[in-house]
Structures are given as structure tokens and as C-alpha cells.
Design a protein around this ligand. Structure first.
Ligand code: 0YR
Ligand code: MG
Length: 369
């Protein structure tokens, strides 16, 4: 099989519940800038990154795919995924500006498309190609805990997820200008959901280390399962000091671009729940390396879903470090084989591929951007 054509797309979809905010971002749309890799076999592989639907920067990603990586892929055998990843990563002109940000996101989309092709070419879902056995992965839901929800909406949304939809775990956003009000939201959520539900909190990097020590230490009173990105994303020493100071475990990784970043956090004992993202790392290839690293340190891997779980469900089924995965429903109406959750568990996908192929309707619309 040979690669014959590289085509890019940009999909912007409305977030399901209108206008949502965490401590650092307020968004109305999610972005999926990506690539379709065509082959002489007729099979097409799809991969995409996850963004805040900002057209100028999404175009930087698709331009990088088209003009920097694309020509290097034409004529290659797409099933040699790891070899191609290494070749693309080490292309010296790109490496000079790469290793993070635009080129890394672009490489991630390409890598997912290559794994999608390889799985389709062998007629199996990616989790099987990666060597996994069918198992349901528990989902935790992030789509009720937005920071711009008034308290009554936060509580009624969380209760609906637990009592009606069957989730056993929810994440709520903190990091407002008023940390005392934040703590009251956690307390009220715990009271509303009872003691058996897992509650996580996400600061999205907003607190200073002293704030994280002061307020983070009170989260244990509400049996919070983890505190996510409590302080600035890249601060290894700050997270290490926090991990040594408060009882609540730390989760992070959605803003880390490479296995090198993860190695520094893990080696410093600065993280407990490891959250790599195929859409931020350079795809499944690098995600797998991070998961292996975490597994060797006996740390659970709970991916962040820049892809909205479509590819991650395959990775989680296949990797022994995973038994829980974030769920946000934004891409469900736009994918050919959208992820399915029943009673709080991701169902096992059975279609061949990586789950990364948009629906025909989405593809038609995308091409108009
Ligand atoms: C909104 N998940 C997150 C959303 C999410 C963000 O910007 O994307 O809250 O990525 O932190 O854990
Ligand atoms: Mg987060």
C-alpha cells in the first residue's frame, strides 16, 4: 500500500451545552483540524487534533501538515507507522522549529491517520491491533462541571449524570477568582451526590503554589479523587512540592507536548494520575510511550480527551495502565462511528480503524471552511 494524496480539513463544532468556561478558557466551539491520508488501495485514514476552534491557528496546523510533512509522506507505505513517525519527527528542518506546539500537533494528526489506516488495512479496530482484549472502560463526565454554571445548574447537571445517566464519576471546574466559593461548590457537589461517587476537580493551571497549598489542602475534606492542573502546567518543582504537601492526588498532562515532559514530572514524583492526550502528543505512537513510562512507575493513566475519546477508547482498552477515561460529548454528532456510553461505561468499538473518521456530513461541511 502506498500513500497517494494528503488532504487536510478543519471541523468546528458547537459545544453541546452552549457557552462553557473553565478557569482559563471560555469557548462556544471545539476544533478538529486534521488530515485524510489517501492510498492506492482506496483506503483513507483520518486523524485530527483538538483545539478551541480558532481558525487562524487551526490553519497553521493544517498548513504544516500539507506543506511540511505531506510531501515526505507521498509514496510511503502507511503501515510502517513507527518508522514514518521517526522519519517525520527527525526531519531536521522541522525538528528545528518542532518538538512542541504546531508541528507536534500536526504530527499527532498524521500519526492517528496512519494508525487508522493500519487498523483498516487489517480489518480490525485499533484496540485489537494494539493487542488489547475487549473490556469496557469506565467514563467520567466533564460536561456538567463548567465554571460558568451557577451552583444550582452545577448540582442539577451532576445529579442528572449520576442518577439518570449512570455515571459514577464527574469532574468539576474550579479556579474562579474566589477560591472560597470554589470550595463551597465542591462541598455542595459532594453533598448532592453522596459518598460513593468519584468527584475530581480541575483548576486548569490557575492557582499559584501558595493558593494551591492553602485551598488544595481542604479538598481532602470532600474526598476529592484528584486535583487537576492545580498550578502552571510546566512547573515540575512546584507540582512536586504540592504533591509532598497536600493529601489529594495530582493529575496533569493535557498541556504536555512530549514524553520528555512526562518523564520529568514522573521522575520528580510530581504527578499521580497521568493524562496524556493523543491530540497534544504526537499521536498514538508517543501516547503509547508515555503510557508505558507511567505503567513502569505504577501510575494510572487517565487520558485527557482532545479527540473527545474517539481514539483514546482504543488506547485505553489496549493499555493495562488505563481503566478510566474522560468523556465530553462534543464530537458525537460528527463522527462516522461515535463513541457510545452506557451506564457510565464506554462501549467497545467494533468498526475497523482508530475511530477517527468524521461522518460524511461533517466532511462535506468541513471542506467548506
Ligand atoms: C475547555 N479537560 C479540560 C476544555 C478541557 C477544557 O477549554 O477543553 O476544560 O480541555 O481541561 O480536562
Ligand atoms: Mg483538564
Amino acid at each position: 500500500m502506498k500513500i497517494t494524496k494528503i488532504e487536510t480539513f478543519i471541523l468546528h463544532v458547537p459545544v453541546t451545552r452552549g457557552d462553557i468556561a473553565d478557569s482559563s478558557h471560555r469557548i462556544t466551539h471545539w476544533g478538529a483540524p486534521g488530515v485524510a491520508i489517501h492510498t492506492d488501495s482506496g483506503l483513507v485514514g483520518y486523524g485530527y487534533s483538538g483545539t478551541h476552534a480558532h481558525l487562524p491557528t487551526d490553519r497553521l496546523i493544517t498548513d504544516c501538515i500539507e506543506t511540511s510533512y505531506g510531501p515526505l509522506l507521498l509514496g510511503q507505505d502507511p503501515t510502517e507507522v513507527r518508522g514514518l513517525w521517526q522519519m517525520l519527527y527527525e526531519t531536521s528542518e522541522i525538528l528545528w522549529v518542532g518538538r512542541a506546539s504546531i508541528p507536534h500537533l500536526a504530527l499527532g494528526a498524521i500519526d492517528v491517520a496512519l494508525w487508522d489506516l493500519k487498523a483498516k488495512a487489517t480489518d480490525q479496530p485499533l484496540w485489537k491491533l494494539l493487542g488489547g482484549s475487549a473490556q469496557k472502560i469506565k467514563a467520567y463526565n466533564t460536561d456538567a462541571g463548567w465554571l460558568n454554571w451557577p451552583l444550582d445548574r452545577l448540582l442539577s447537571d451532576c445529579k442528572r449524570l449520576v442518577e439518570t445517566e449512570g455515571y459514577q464519576a464527574v469532574k468539576i471546574k474550579l479556579g474562579s477568582d474566589n477560591p472560597i466559593a470554589d470550595l463551597k461548590r465542591v462541598e455542595a457537589t459532594r453533598q448532592a451526590l453522596g459518598s460513593d461517587v468519584r468527584i475530581m476537580v480541575d483548576i486548569n493551571g490557575r492557582w499559584t503554589l501558595p493558593q494551591a497549598i492553602q485551598y488544595g489542602s481542604r479538598l481532602a475534606d470532600f474526598d476529592v479523587a484528584w486535583i487537576e492542573e492545580p498550578i502552571r502546567f510546566d512547573d515540575v518543582q512546584g507540582h512536586r512540592r504540592l504533591a509532598n504537601t497536600i493529601q489529594t492526588p495530582l493529575a496533569l498532562g493535557e498541556q504536555l507536548y512530549s514524553k520528555d515532559h512526562f518523564r520529568e514530572f514522573i521522575h520528580a514524583d510530581a504527578v499521580h494520575y497521568v493524562q496524556p492526550d493523543v491530540a497534544r502528543l504526537a499521536g498514538v505512537t508517543e501516547w503509547w510511550q508515555v503510557a508505558e513510562l507511567a505503567y513502569c512507575y505504577c501510575l494510572p493513566v487517565v487520558p485527557h480527551v482532545g479527540d473527545m475519546g474517539q481514539v483514546h477508547i482504543h488506547c485505553c482498552i489496549a493499555h493495562p495502565a488505563c481503566d478510566l477515561l474522560e468523556f465530553i460529548p462534543w464530537l458525537v454528532p460528527w463522527m462516522k462511528y461515535p463513541v457510545k456510553i452506557e451506564d457510565g461505561y464506554y462501549q467497545v468499538p467494533d468498526a475497523p480503524g482508530a475511530g477517527s473518521e468524521p461522518s460524511e456530513e461533517a466532511l462535506t461541511r468541513m471542506n467548506k471552511i
